[in-house]
Design a protein around this ligand. Structure first.
Ligand code: BES
Ligand code: MN
Ligand code: ZN
Length: 497
């Protein structure tokens, strides 16, 4: 992964600062001022001349690259639209424009003159965090199994001139948060993009151990199938029964707060390939079911951010990793399994496997006396029908937790939408032969799946994020790294309480 460095500095004279590229935000309705005016004068009026050409009008999303004649070798003008409509949406557009303008250039370093945006402290911090996150996440390239990978952006160092805009220390911490989140997103996307023959449950367990080696506050334990049997995890084991790959319950324990502080618990669905099992999926697009560990990948990505930022929280991450395959030993439709909770489950469809691995992980989570448990899963095609790819489906058994997650999603622009978990739906997962059925029949598929999970989450505040739509794209195929930004923001918010 390309490493990117972000530095905040107070540069007194913008025109005297050596840089491969000076970046100037410009508004349509404002005269050249500050750094822009200084750089214009130092480059014999080239910025004014560019504006007079009419090719660049400072509309939001426009950019124009000039050759600098002074200490700045290039001058990149970025259009910011109207100064009084510059909101967060515009700030995101600004970051995307900056990325696009530099992604095919040779500059390895650049200096952004922030004051030109005229932002208040809170918005300037938000802007820098988003910018750092976006540059890191957008420049991620999948390289693992490609002989000649596409080249990534050359830019590896961005200096922010905070002079007249923001205190250095606030800028640095915003940049750090953004960078760590961006790396977490890239990390999650990369894991999810890996094929099922590389990214197996054991591979995920290795990744957890690797992460633990990078942080003194993180320890890892892996529950193997023998231990699962002893714990009575009949639901989880029923999913891996048909696979050559043995299931792993990966537990990452991050201790950033006082011992005894109730942890935030993240639980990820880690189906490294979902063939559907005996209820085999159709062949078309079955390859996409390598993404069925996207929830687990987002847990890894979030833990990457948590350990990098050394958040003052206790966080437990549990990944329920298994491969769902047909075989002579595979679970059959109609089979009844006993979960760790003691509840029996009639497996009416072996393709509804996510809830089977998650229910045992949720029961296991109770031992950590969680402040809250959040599971993340590519759980249902029905969620894609309901919400498409823009919103993550949110379900919760507690309103305050739901509000916190919705707020973190809005703040980080990694949004979720709450769905109902009413008792009325519970009737759909009744079974004649067991305590529960693993499918709910026609209608409300993402809700009945969540209802199923809720039966195993009575003992604590719990939320479920269905990322079947938001976690990856079909065209071009690739993981999105969601909802790492939402989860990281949620944890940053808890750390700030
Ligand atoms: N992993 C799938 C859900 C999924 C589907 C994720 C499409 C992303 C895109 C899950 O295990 C599954 O197969 N769910 C079934 C449930 C059904 C059998 C009740 C589904 O959604 O069809
Ligand atoms: Mn399935
Ligand atoms: Zn699945």
């Amino acid at each position: 992964m390309t490493a990117m460095t972000f530095v905040a500095r107070n540069v007194a004279d913008a025109a005297a600062a050596a840089s491969q590229c000076a970046i100037l935000p410009l508004f349509q309705d404002e005269k050249l001022a500050g750094a822009a005016l200084k750089l214009d004068k130092a480059s014999s009026g080239s910025i004014k001349a560019a504006l007079e050409l009419g090719d660049f009008t400072a509309k939001l999303g426009e950019s124009f690259m000039l050759v600098g004649t002074g200490p700045a070798k290039r001058i990149l003008l970025i259009g910011c639209g109207n100064s009084n409509t510059f909101n967060r949406e515009a700030a995101r557009k600004f970051s995307q424009t900056l990325y696009h303008a530099l992604s095919n250039k040779q500059a390895s370093e650049a200096m952004l003159h922030l004051a030109g945006l005229g932002l208040k402290e809170k918005e300037a911090k938000w802007m820098l965090a988003y910018l750092a996150r976006h540059l890191v996440a957008a420049s991620y390239r999948y390289t693992a199994t490609i002989s000649k990978p596409r080249s990534a952006m050359k830019l590896s160092r961005l200096v922010i001139n905070t002079k007249g805009a923001l205190k250095l220390q606030l800028a640095s911490s915003a940049l750090n948060e953004g960078k760590a989140t961006g790396q977490g997103i890239a990390e999650a996307a990369n894991l999810a993009n890996l094929p099922g023959n590389i990214c197996t449950p054991s591979y995920l367990a290795q990744q957890a151990r690797k992460l633990a080696r990078s942080s003194g506050k993180l320890s890892v334990s892996v529950v193997d199938e023998k231990q699962m049997r002893a714990l009575g995890m009949g639901a989880l084991l029923s999913v891996s029964a048909g696979s050559e790959q043995s299931a792993k319950l990966i537990v990452m324990n991050y201790k950033g707060a006082k011992a005894g502080t109730d942890p935030q618990v993240l639980v990820g669905k880690g189906i490294t390939f979902d063939s559907g099992g005996i209820s085999l999926k159709p062949g078309a697009k079955m390859d996409e079911m390598k993404f069925d560990m996207g929830g687990a990948a987002s847990v890894f990505g979030t833990m990457h951010a948590v350990t990098t930022l050394e958040l003052p929280l206790n966080v437990v991450a549990i990944v329920a990793a298994a491969e769902n395959m047909p075989d002579g030993r595979a679970t059959k439709p109609g089979d009844i399994v006993t979960s760790m909770s003691g509840k029996t489950i009639e497996v009416l469809n072996t393709d509804a496997e996510g809830r089977l691995v998650l229910c045992d992980a949720l029961t296991y989570a109770a031992r950590f006396k969680p402040a809250a448990v959040i599971d993340i899963a590519t759980l249902t095609g029905a969620c894609v029908v309901a919400l498409g790819s823009h919103a993550t489906g949110l379900f919760a058994n507690e309103d305050a937790l739901a509000e916190q997650l919705l707020a973190a999603g809005i703040d980080s622009h990694d949004r979720a939408w709450r769905m109902p978990l009413w008792d009325d739906y519970q009737a759909q997962i009744k079974s004649n032969f067991a305590d529960l059925a693993n499918i709910g029949g026609a209608g409300g598929g993402s809700i009945t799946a969540a209802c199923f999970l809720s039966c195993f989450a009575h003992d604590y505040n719990w939320a479920h994020l269905d990322i079947a739509g938001s976690g990856w794209n079909s065209a071009p195929k690739g993981a999105t790294g969601r909802p790492v930004a939402l989860l990281t923001q949620y944890l940053l918010d808890r750390a700030g309480e």
